[in-house]
Design a protein around this ligand. Structure first.
Ligand code: TRP
Length: 346
């Protein structure tokens, strides 16, 4: 389905990813990229560190988050010899392109962007002035994201529902520029939502999210994973009582990780009163450990040998930059007139 397409995925290095992020976002993103590559397409995968500085001001924390996120993607199977894997801040053309895009970004788009609106709502709820603590980086972040996307002539941006609006903004800006100069300067991207990827519930039944404190950790030791799984909410029905698996939280989490046969086994055992909550928690634990075991080793390796990862990111930037440079050059020639030529960029 991604025949010859250019796919771009970006991730903000904020927060330590948990199992829900891994199963619901990271692995699917890697798989989509691999699918595109297998069908003659390309995959750009970058770490959006310029986006992260809007919220995180501590360089040590930023560096640590970047490190974790880079190693998690590698551990999850991203192959940097196939995907273009780079750090946003290594591509100086991105902020240059952003500056040009600003001239075509209606301020009203930014007012309506949900990240900004969410911040305003939070301020209102706390009885603070609307723009309290909101910086221009947050306010204008859809334009920077548009530059991320448009720089590489991206066809498809895989996103969660919350990011659809941002891809549409990128499309609108690109369309406005193309219309103004009456040439196809920028390629119009589309978003892609993977309907098959389920939201992984957390140990209290709400969506797994760090802010709810209901996560199953990803690359911590078995003990930490076990502790989280054994605190998943259950009721006091005895084992023998036949149970409908639907709505049993352990089973709902198991869905995002088990094979169909494993899932069937748990469902049958619950329906027949042969499996109690302790059993099914152990089944889930085995599945989680089995899922993360190999990746965790890789993760620990890369965390301990981050110089190797730095080298991969540097090589990725070398592949990404010429593409972004070409886009910037096209834009500058159109915006400032062709007489400006390409001399300034080499
Ligand atoms: N805004 C995205 C997020 O919060 C991260 C991101 C930045 C991104 N630039 C992008 C995602 C470009 C896709 C394409 O998750």
């Amino acid at each position: 389905m991604f025949e010859g397409k250019t796919i771009l995925t970006g991730v903000k290095p904020t927060g330590t990813p948990h199992l829900g992020n891994y199963l619901g976002a990271i692995k699917p993103a890697i798989a989509l990229g691999q699918e595109a590559i297998a069908h003659g397409g390309q995959h750009y995968m970058f770490i959006a560190d310029y986006h992260a500085i809007n919220a995180e001001k501590d360089p040590e924390v930023l560096a640590q988050k970047l490190k974790e996120i880079a190693c998690i993607y590698l551990a999850g199977g991203l192959d940097p010899s196939k995907s273009v894997f780079y750090r946003q801040s290594d591509i100086p053309e991105i902020p240059e392109i952003t500056t040009i895009l600003y001239a075509y970004t209606p301020k009203g788009f930014m007012n309506k962007a949900h990240a900004y609106k969410a911040a305003v709502d939070k301020n209102r709820a706390a009885g603070k002035p609307d723009d309290d603590g909101i910086n221009m980086g947050l306010y204008t972040y859809p334009t920077l994201m548009a530059a991320d996307i448009l720089a590489y002539d991206t066809d498809i941006v895989p996103v969660g529902k919350d990011q659809v609006q941002h891809v549409e903004i990128a499309r609108d800006i690109a369309g406005a520029i193309n219309a103004h100069y009456n040439q196809p300067l920028l390629h119009l991207p589309e978003y892609h939502i993977d309907e098959n990827v389920a939201v992984v519930p957390g140990i209290d039944g709400r969506k797994m999210s760090k802010s709810y404190g209901n996560v199953i950790p990803l690359f911590e030791d078995d003990k930490a994973i076990k502790k989280a799984i054994f605190s998943i909410k259950t009721d006091s029905r005895p084992m023998e009582e036949p149970k409908d698996p639907k709505g049993i939280l352990v089973y709902e989490i198991y869905k995002s990780i088990a094979t169909p046969a494993q899932l069937q086994e748990m469902a049958d055992g619950l329906r027949q009163g042969k499996l109690g909550y302790g059993h099914i928690k152990n089944m889930l634990l085995d599945a989680v450990i089995n899922e993360v075991k190999e990746a965790r080793e890789k993760y620990n390796y890369y965390m301990a040998h981050f110089d190797e990862v730095e080298e991969m990111l540097a090589q990725g930037a070398q592949k990404a930059r010429p593409v972004a440079q070409a886009t910037l050059q096209r834009l500058k020639s159109a915006v400032f007139g062709n007489h400006r030529g390409g001399g300034a960029i080499s």
